[in-house]
Write a protein that binds this ligand. Structure first.
Ligand code: ATP
Ligand code: MG
Length: 258
């Protein structure tokens, strides 16, 4: 039977909310449950690439060549210690936006590029840059679902409305399948009253779209990338590792219930 990967864009145009941490650690956690996983880094910062143990300066074929149609995606695939495959990114990608504008089907380049390897994976996660630019639109067009990591702080909700509007526009114009998979509370500190308040508002507003799993603030999650490892290979017992394993479990249960 030919099975197609479920593709998630990990997106929030706000910087530093835990997109990359979530992409890496959810990828590794899904691998632990025996799923075949691909992580696509579509951020010129290349944080998911470095955090997966692939040095940015050693990349020959990256997502840049793939998006421009210069190389097929299988030339860019790299195995990682986390057990998932990676399509790496580096600063070459910073110029891609301008180059893409001149090309036809510029919003569909990533979707088209991933097509030939869809059946090799159960899950494909796309780590987006902190912007609603053409790279992010490419990720949204290539995906069935959007995972939105967010910190429970005062301005969190404000940015959310422009993200939801962008998702809506992409759904109408380019990708009718696109759904919000869920909102994920990251770097959570239960002693912070404001975090608890924002969290309650999110629950009221988004209901079932809010993942029940909460990612706590955990120093192991911040340390792991400097070793080029997901937290579950760096410190399996840590609260951060346990939280991402729980998130993988929640996502799989939702898929099966759907
Ligand atoms: P950008 O918008 O720049 O791509 P991002 O949304 O991908 O950022 P991350 O890089 O995942 O965010 O996280 C930002 C910083 O916070 C990093 O230094 C990361 O190690 C740290 N961090 C992320 N999640 C946690 C957590 N749960 N506990 C502690 N530190 C965390
Ligand atoms: Mg990032």
């Amino acid at each position: 039977m030919l099975s197609m990967a479920k593709v998630f864009a990990v997106t929030n145009q706000k910087g530093g909310v835990g997109k990359t941490t979530t992409s890496i650690n959810l990828a590794a956690s899904l691998v632990k449950t025996k799923r075949r996983v691909l992580l696509v880094d579509i951020d010129p910062q290349g944080n998911a690439t470095m955090g997966s143990g692939v040095p940015k300066n050693e990349i020959i074929t990256s997502v840049y060549q793939v998006l421009l149609g210069l190389e097929p995606v299988d030339r860019a695939l790299r195995p990682t210690d986390g057990g998932y495959d990676l399509v790496p990114a580096n600063s070459d990608l910073a110029g891609a936006e301008v180059e893409l504008i001149g090309l036809d089907r510029r919003e569909r380049r990533l979707r088209t590029a991933l097509d030939p390897i869809q059946d090799q994976y159960d899950y494909i996660l796309i780590d987006c840059p902190p912007s609603l630019n053409l790279l992010t639109v490419n990720a949204l067009v290539a995906s069935q679902a959007v995972l939105i990591p967010m910190q429970c702080e005062y301005y969190a909700l404000e940015g959310l409305s422009s993200l939801v509007a962008t998702i809506q526009r992409v759904r109408e114009a380019l990708n009718p399948q696109l759904q919000i998979a869920g909102l994920l509370r990251t770097m959570y500190d239960p002693r912070n009253n404001l975090a608890n308040e924002v969290s309650a508002q999110l629950l009221q507003h988004f209901g079932d779209k809010l993942y029940r799993t909460i990612i706590p603030r955990n120093v192991r999650l911040a340390e792991a990338p400097s070793y080029g490892k997901p937290v579950i290979t760096y410190d399996m017992e840590s609260k951060g590792a346990q939280a991402y394993l729980a998130l993988a479990g929640e996502i799989l249960r939702r898929e099966e219930a759907a």
